[in-house]
Ligand binder design. Structure first.
Ligand SMILES: [Zn+2]
Ligand SMILES: [Zn+2]
Length: 221
């Protein structure tokens, strides 16, 4: 079998393996690239040859080296997805292809800036976890992000909602019906004993849990 020299294809294989492993699918039968069996075989062989994956019995897993590369790729891809949906307001289902190209373009430095700009989001728009970067560790102490959780706002601060990461999917439509959606301007009226926010002319009380799930770009006054 010839080894694969195309870096982009190898990257895609690493991403695929990451996603399969994330879903606890370690069996090699799950690993299928979008082309034929011979192609999949070449890719597997290349991954083994490069020390990026290892096979034990019927299971294929990323090695330490493979995990490191895949982690970076997945991080860039999912951040790019967030960037497209939250900032450019593109529909979620159309972002994957563009995001797939972006991950090969985003440099490590640019990735940190994008992550910081977005407020170190924990999930992609599809709810998959975004691997943490160095910037996320510094988040609390050094970096003042452009986007913050509503729960970190001071009283009377206002901003524009950039995204909502609900722990329950059903919450989104409930919040949307209250006018709490990406793009709305929100003002924090009080924090204790409960959160009260103003959206347009309406005031709404929120559980602290929910205030943590709303990410807002602060309006600098
Ligand atoms: Zn995604
Ligand atoms: Zn970060």
């Amino acid at each position: 079998m010839p080894l694969i020299t195309d870096k982009e294809r190898l990257d895609e294989a690493l991403e695929l393996l990451w996603v399969l492993n994330e879903d606890q699918h370690h069996d090699i039968s799950h690993f299928k690239t979008n082309s034929d069996d011979a192609d999949t075989e070449s890719i597997v062989e290349t991954l083994l040859h490069e020390g990026l994956a290892s096979i034990l019995g019927a299971e294929i897993r990323l090695t330490e080296k493979g995990l490191k590369s895949a982690r970076g790729l997945i991080r860039r891809q999912r951040l790019a997805e967030r960037l497209f949906t939250d900032v450019f307001e593109m529909p979620e289902d159309s972002v994957v292809n563009d995001a797939c190209k972006m991950e090969h373009i985003l440099s490590e430095e640019l990735t940190e800036s994008v992550c910081t700009f977005l407020g170190h989001p924990p999930n992609c728009p599809h709810g998959k976890p975004i691997p943490r970067g160095e910037c996320c560790k510094k988040f609390k102490v050094e970096v003042t992000p452009v986007v913050m959780r509503l729960s970190e706002f001071e009283v009377s601060a206002a901003g524009k909602i950039t995204f909502i990461v609900p722990s329950e999917a059903s919450r989104i439509s409930k919040l949307n019906s209250l006018g709490i959606a990406a793009g709305s301007t929100i003002k924090l009226i009080q924090k204790t004993p409960s959160y009260v926010v103003q959206i347009d002319e309406t005031t709404v009380a929120l559980d602290p849990e929910i205030a943590k799930e709303i990410y807002v770009r602060k309006v600098v006054s």
